[in-house]
Structure formats: C-alpha cells, structure tokens
Design a protein around this ligand. Structure first.
Ligand SMILES: Cc1cc2nc3c(=O)[nH]c(=O)nc-3n(C[C@H](O)[C@H](O)[C@H](O)COP(=O)(O)O)c2cc1C
Length: 336
C-alpha cells in the first residue's frame, strides 16, 4: 500500500464501527467466514443490509456465488474471533462452535446479533464488491458489542448524562478529584470488613500482617515491618508475637536473624478466607449499579494505574499478552 492510500485509509478509520464475521458455504460445501467492518443496515422494508468484500480476498469467488450468507455482530469478548476470521492461514471453524442455518450455512454462537440473509444484489465498488442481502432470520442479545476504530478494538462506554454538581473548596478534595472518588469507593467496600476485624479484636496492625501473609505466605519479618509501616500501620515484634499466641501465624525465626519468616496457620488462613469473602460480597453490592461491560473497563483502566515500586509489598500486576481494551490489528488485514 502506498503512502497516499495509507493516509486515506487512516482518515477513513476515523469512522468507528462494530465488527462482523460474514459466513457462508463454498461451492464444495466447506464452511467459510471473513471478518468485515464494512457492514451497514440499508432498509427496514424490505429488510436489507450490505457489506463489501475486497476483490483480492481468497474468499471472493465463494461469496460471489453464495445464495445465502450470515452476518454476525461480534460481542465485546469476541475480539480473538475477529483476528481468527481475518486470516486464511488456519481454519477458524476448527475451534468455533456453530449451528446450521439456511442452506447449511454456519452460524456462530453468542454474538451480539446475527442476521441470516439471502443475497439479493451485488454492486461494483471499485476494488470491492458490495453485497446486499435480505434478512430472512435474525437473533439479538443484550451482549455489548466489540468496537473498531483507528485499527484498534475497543468497548463501549456510554455518555455520562448527569454532570456532577458540587461546591469546590480549596481546603478539600471534591468529586472532581480521582483520589476522592477512589477513596469513597474504597472505604465503602471495606466498611463491613473493618467492622468484622474489630469484632474479632484485631488491630489495624494485626490485619496488615494477616493481609500481607494472605498475599504471600512466608514473608521475611523485615519485609512485614517495613511494608506495614509504609502503609501506616505500626507493625512490630509484639504484633507478631500476639498473632502467634492467638494461633493465627507461626514464626520460623531466631530473634534478630534477618532471614526469619512468618506463615499463616490453618486458623489464620481460614480467618482471611472469611474476610476476603466479606470483601468480595461488599464489592459485588457496590458494583451492582453498573453493568458487566463497565466493570471490565473500570478494572482494566485501574489495572493500568496499579503500578507500584518493586518493594511496595503488592504482588506484581499480571501482564496480559494482547491488551484486550486496545488490541492493535494487523495493518494489512483490516479495512479502514
Ligand atoms: C476488523 C476487521 C475488519 C475487516 N473488514 C473487512 C471488510 O469489510 N471487507 C474486506 O474485504 N475485508 C475486511 N477485513 C479483512 C478480511 O477479514 C480478510 O483479512 C481479507 O479479506 C483477506 O482475506 P484472504 O486471506 O481470504 O485473502 C477486515 C479485517 C479486520 C480485522
């Protein structure tokens, strides 16, 4: 592709679309599917849709001959299917569950929507051919769609209608500040767990030690003191001895030895499992007003910010091959 075409293609890529997979059967009866974002609705009466296919595609002849095809609007979690059907190197149908539609055409499951179509018109469209299909059957679910923009996949975030109204005070944070919002959510989610730890007679320092060992058992005592203090809890030898005498931890140490470590006992682990369950239940209640898609986006964005120094005491954030939120698409394959 020359530079001029690439610039034009980038400009056309400013238009955000969904992603579809169009399937049919080849003349010799095998299943065929290609990723396409050129899909558009055309008419309600009669019900018509269109999509366009590059004349250079290896699937061109088969779609041209096909009397029926099906368009699948992919859901937000189906980005890997988009990549699989954009390439002719492997047969994606080997790994995808299908049902059979009109004339035996393959129908992919769990999409946001799916349209079975009869090919009604074919138009010349430069280096593409435009297929218009009449919808002869369709399905629709509430699953949020996969989006495509500027060569990247994305998820839908609805416009916030209601602006937050508040009075600004120089001596206070406000709902416009990220830390204010994060703190409010943080305190709300852990309110019950804090009440529970108090009911159990644990101090903040006790809780800090048990949490640190819950994350990573067998930590060095030196690390527990250092991280506990860095988080604002006065963790000392007396804290550890007290937890040991109450049966929550065991110490594998010689006083003064830098390699000494602490471990959760069976009772300590059980107590932490109960507290974690309480936190998870408060979290579910707190997140209930937003949908699953928004929860995923919120976690992905916060995950990007949860980067700590090497000795923060937090376990490292898991890194994911192919960031789901903005997975770049191979330059060659995709339409604008
Ligand atoms: C998100 C996305 C959208 C695409 N949209 C179209 C399209 O609308 N039309 C098209 O011909 N190819 C489109 N492609 C490329 C095709 O899926 C496929 O890679 C291309 O037709 C090459 O097919 P071939 O390997 O059979 O030659 C798209 C690819 C991606 C990843």
């Amino acid at each position: 592709m020359n530079d001029e075409k690439r610039v034009l293609r980038n400009a056309l890529g400013a238009f955000a679309t969904g992603v579809t997979i169009v399937t049919t059967k080849t003349l010799n009866g095998s299943d065929l599917g290609r990723t396409a974002n050129s899909f558009s609705s055309v008419s309600l009466d009669p019900p018509l849709i269109l999509w366009s296919l590059s004349k250079t595609s290896s699937s061109f002849e088969s779609f041209k001959q096909a009397a029926y095809f099906a368009v699948h609007i992919l859901s937000a979690d189906q980005d890997s299917l988009s990549g699989a059907f954009a390439s002719s190197s492997a047969n994606p149908f080997d790994t995808v569950a299908v049902e059979r539609g009109h004339d035996g055409i393959p129908l992919i499951e769990q999409c946001s929507a799916r349209f079975e179509c009869k090919t009604t018109y074919q138009y010349e469209g430069g280096d593409h051919i435009i297929f218009v299909g009449e919808i002869i059957g369709f399905q629709h679910s509430a699953t949020p769609p996969l989006l495509f923009h500027g060569g990247r996949y994305g998820r839908l975030v609805s416009h916030q209608q209601d602006e937050l109204a508040f009075a600004r005070r120089a001596e206070s944070l406000s709902p416009e500040d990220f830390i204010y919002l994060v703190s409010r959510v943080f305190y709300r989610i852990r309110e019950e767990a804090v009440a529970e730890r108090k009911r159990r007679g644990w101090s903040g320092a006790d809780y800090a030690v048990l949490t640190l060992l819950g994350h990573q058992d067998g930590r060095a005592l030196e690390d527990i003191y250092r991280i506990g203090r860095a988080r604002g809890d006065e963790v000392g030898r007396d804290t550890l001895e007290d937890l040991k005498s109450r049966g929550f931890i065991k110490l594998d140490d010689t006083p003064g030895d830098a390699s000494s470590r602490a471990w959760l006992t069976h009772d300590g682990r059980r107590a932490m499992i109960e507290i974690v369950a309480l936190l998870k239940s408060s979290e579910a209640q707190c997140l209930a007003p937003i949908d699953d898609n928004e929860v995923r986006i919120l976690k992905q964005l916060l995950g990007k910010l949860a980067i700590d120094g090497a000795d923060s005491g937090w376990p490292p954030m898991p890194s994911r091959a192919g960031d789901e939120f903005v997975a770049a698409v191979k330059d060659e394959g995709a339409e604008p």
